[in-house]
Structures are given as C-alpha cells and as structure tokens.
Design a binder for this molecule. Sequence first.
Ligand code: NDP
Length: 261
Amino acid sequence: MGDRYALVGNPVAHSKSPVIHAAFARATSQDVEYSLIEAPLDGFAATVERFRAGGGRGLNVTLPFKQEAFRLCSGVSARARIAQAVNTLVLETGFGDNTDGIGLVHDLSRNLNYKFSNVLLLGAGGAAQGVVGALLEAGAARLVIANRTVSKAQALAARFPGASACDYDGLEAQFDLVINATSAGLADEAPPLPPGILRSGVLAYDMVYGRETPFLTAARRAGARACDGLGMLVEQAAESFFLWRGVRPQTRPVLEKLRGA
Ligand code: NDP
C-alpha cells in the first residue's frame, strides 16, 4: 500500500484531484494513494485527526474548510498566513500551505500565456482569499475585489496594499482579467456583472471547472476569451505534490489528458 493522501471537503464526490495525483504519482514513480473524504460540516478537525492517526501523510482541503484548516495548523507558510486559508496539510508536522494562488498564476502565465495588469476578482470566499497575494506579486498593477456581500470584499481588500473593493453596481469596464472566484457557477448562476465588463481583449477566468458556467457563456458572447479553472486545479495540485513528496511533476501532459477526456 502506498503513502496515503486525500482531499477533504464537503462536497467532494466530483473532484478530479484523485485522477490528477494518480497521474503525478505514475509519472514520478512515487508510491502514493489519493482518495476523497467527505467530512461532516461540523466534523473537519475530527476527520483530519482520524486520517492522521490511521497513517495518512497529507491532505488537500477544499470548500468549506480552508479557513478552519488554517486555524488547525501548528505552522503555516507565508502565503497561507497572508491568505488566512490552507489547502494543503502536511500531517507529520502539522504544517499548512496555500497553493491556490500560485496554481492560478502558473495557469495564467505558463498554460494560457496571459499577461495581466488590471484585475477584477469576483468573490471573497476561501478561493478569492487564496489568490489575491499571488496575483499582486505576479504583476497586477490594480486589483479590484467585488462581492455580493460587499463587506467581505472590503475586509479582504484591506489586508492587501494594491487591492480595493467595490460592489457589482459600481464596476466600470477597465479590466484585462476578470476572475470568477464565486461558487455561483455550481448553481448555474453568474455574478451580477454590469454590461461592458466582459468584452473583447478580456480574459474571463472561472475557477469552477468541468462545466460551461453562465459566466463563461456570457464571456464568449461578449467576445472575451473564456477559460475554466481546470489548469489552476492541476497547477495547485502539482505544488501540493511537491510539498509532500519533494518531486515536481510535469503538469502539461496531465492537463492535456484531462482536457481531451
Ligand atoms: P466560498 O463558499 O468560500 O465562497 C463563495 C463565494 O461565492 C462568496 O464570495 C459568495 O458571496 C459568492 N457567491 C456564491 N453564490 C453566488 C451568486 N449566486 N452570485 C454571486 N456571488 C455568489 O467558496 P470558495 O471561495 O472556497 O470557492 C469558490 C469557487 O471556486 C468554488 O466553486 C470552487 O469549486 C472554486 N475553486 C476552484 C479551484 C481550482 O483549482 N480551480 C480552487 C479553489 C476553488 P457571499 O460572500 O456574498 O456569500
């Protein structure tokens, strides 16, 4: 039996993470098993402890537990501290990291070859929290966060010099990258963007993957370039894999295989 890792979240059933980590393990000859664990909403810490006590080596954490995972760690990386959210746990040490931001930036720069300057980030939940620091570090000259509950966008923006907050009605068309970090697409809904935000010359990026969301459909109709979050998923997984195993897997073949499937 290989070293055990898993994704813990609620829900997790449709995650592609096991396929991605199995491909990384094969390609790098690592003896690794990766499974899915659905934790009860009030039982995240107990689920982590059970997996650790049973010999589990590491966990990825997804919605809605990333902030709780941050609070559970005995030590965290600088990027996890800035995000106040953890998506990768090393169980031997209790160390937590957040690889979402670097995963998104790697997808934009390496897979999509996209240079951005004026960024609009939609949403202020765990996913948005994880990417603000990385986007600013990667060269965003300006980053505006819009959220349905505007107070959450304001609280998030206040933590980052270079970021500001806005409600949807106050947005003006000046962005070259619009990232949908809301979970609206999972309910076949789109964030309520004013007309003109999605247009030719804009990359519209939806973190939700594996489905045509209303946000992506609206982007294509408006002449924008549209992309889902599959590349981010693969890139953040590669960073987690590196943290656990000390080996950096190639992402392009896995992404191409998933896109082809
Ligand atoms: P959270 O539950 O923490 O946050 C959800 C966010 O979406 C909040 O800002 C919420 O606004 C907003 N929202 C929800 N429904 C709507 C709606 N109908 N209209 C407008 N805004 C809405 O989730 P996460 O931040 O953890 O995850 C967000 C999405 O990102 C998920 O779908 C997840 O699958 C995806 N994701 C993808 C990754 C990848 O690698 N591709 C990595 C991480 C996340 P409010 O505050 O007002 O409630």
